[in-house]
Design a protein around this ligand. Structure first.
Ligand SMILES: Nc1nc2c(ncn2[C@@H]2O[C@H](COP(=O)(O)OP(=O)(O)OP(=O)(O)O)[C@@H](O)[C@H]2O)c(=O)[nH]1
Ligand SMILES: [Mg+2]
Length: 340
């Protein structure tokens, strides 16, 4: 991390790291370029920012043009409680899983490189949705230039492998090294995303992507001794990702996927109500653990987060309509009434 970065620049960079919407990210990149102190020590970072601005505006442009002509987009706008990227070697079953969990009709086929563009779909879990994004295979044989851009908005990854594939460990190595060249790191740690402005994770590289990852050992329907197979995979690969044994064909293990994502991402559902009315019980806002009344207000409307005075909360933590301030931390299933 270059020395002497101004507080203004650091704030822009922190906002960029937090932002998920492609257009908002582009604005924040421009803000970073505007505020970065222009001296020798920041030349590399300035060049990186310029390159990223170019890349992202191209991506947005291509998406717009393809979208405009009925074609698919390369940058997927996040929707639902979290955006989850489906990644893995060719032919591992990503598209079949996607089709099964989202009803997307994603095309699967018994040969590699079937999927060429990202395909979003919504996977229901209780009263919320996760957005699953099906992606082309990750492999050094057939690199996808826009992959890093597509992964920048993801909250987590499902790393899907075909456990019956004899070269599965080599495939995993290849996935990791291919991602590394794109500055994408998969992580077995799911701790909360940091929002501290001067937190220098990723060695100060604002463009590195770090995705908490759940390994899906797929095609388990073909395996006789599941435990032995998973154990062998762990020993041979040395990987420590949390793992689910699944079958995209039979559905085995997939009933656990939603709950797994919900708890690992520490999703918090909050229901809003207007004074004198029952709460809107079917459409929660989704937050992450640690977020506050003000964060809900921001989701309802940008202006509301500024004019917010207090909220009343009903919930499981013993709250029964108590008044709380904007910085009050909410828990899952809280019902709140916002007062501006
Ligand atoms: N037996 C079995 N076959 C599966 C399972 N999941 C997927 N398949 C088959 O594996 C093949 C590849 O599935 P896809 O979903 O196209 O795989 P993909 O990972 O999307 O492949 P690419 O898009 O080419 O990277 C298809 O013939 C699927 O029917 C599974 O759980 N069990
Ligand atoms: Mg596919």
């Amino acid at each position: 991390m270059p020395a002497n970065l101004s507080p203004e620049y650091k704030a822009a960079e922190a906002a960029y790291r937090k932002a998920r919407e492609p257009r908002e990210r582009l604005d924040l990149l421009r803000e970073m370029l505007r505020t970065i102190p222009k001296h020798k020590g920041t030349e590399r970072l300035q060049a990186d920012i310029k390159a990223r601005i170019k890349e992202l505006s191209d991506e947005i442009d291509i998406s717009r043009r393809r979208g405009g002509h009925g074609g698919p987009a390369l940058v997927i706008r996040p929707e639902g409680a979290a955006q989850i990227a489906l990644i893995g070697p060719p032919n591992s079953g990503k598209s079949l899983l996607h089709a099964r969990m989202t009803g997307s009709g994603a095309h699967d086929a018994p040969y590699p490189f079937t999927t060429q563009v990202p395909q979003p779909g919504m996977m229901p879990y209780e009263d919320i949705y996760f957005q699953l994004v099906d992606l082309p295979a990750v492999t050094s044989e057939h690199p996808t230039p826009w992959l890093q851009g597509a992964l920048q908005s993801a909250d987590a990854a499902l790393l899907m492998i075909d456990i019956t594939e004899p070269t599965c460990v080599e495939q995993l190595d290849d996935v990791h090294s291919t991602l590394r060249t794109r500055r994408v790191a998969l992580s077995d740690r799911w701790e909360a995303r940091s929002t501290a402005p001067d937190d220098s994770i990723d060695d100060g590289d604002p463009f590195a992507v770090r995705l908490p990852t759940l390994l899906l050992a797929n095609k388990i329907d073909v395996v006789t001794d599941i435990d032995a197979e998973l154990q062998a995979l762990r020993e041979l690969s040395g990987l420590r990702y949390p793992t689910l044994a699944v079958s995209a064909t039979t559905g085995y293990g997939l009933g656990k996927l939603g709950a797994e994502l919900f708890s690992r991402l520490r999703i918090v559902r909050v229901y809003t109500k207007t004074p004198g009315h029952a709460s809107e019980k079917s459409h929660p806002f989704t937050l992450r653990s640690g977020e506050t009344v003000r964060d809900v207000a921001r989701l309802v409307h940008k202006d509301l987060s500024r004019s917010l005075r207090y909220a009343r909360v009903w919930g499981h933590a013993g709250f029964d309509g108590q008044h709380v301030g904007p910085e009050h931390v909410l828990v899952d299933r809280d019902v709140i009434e916002l007062h501006a």
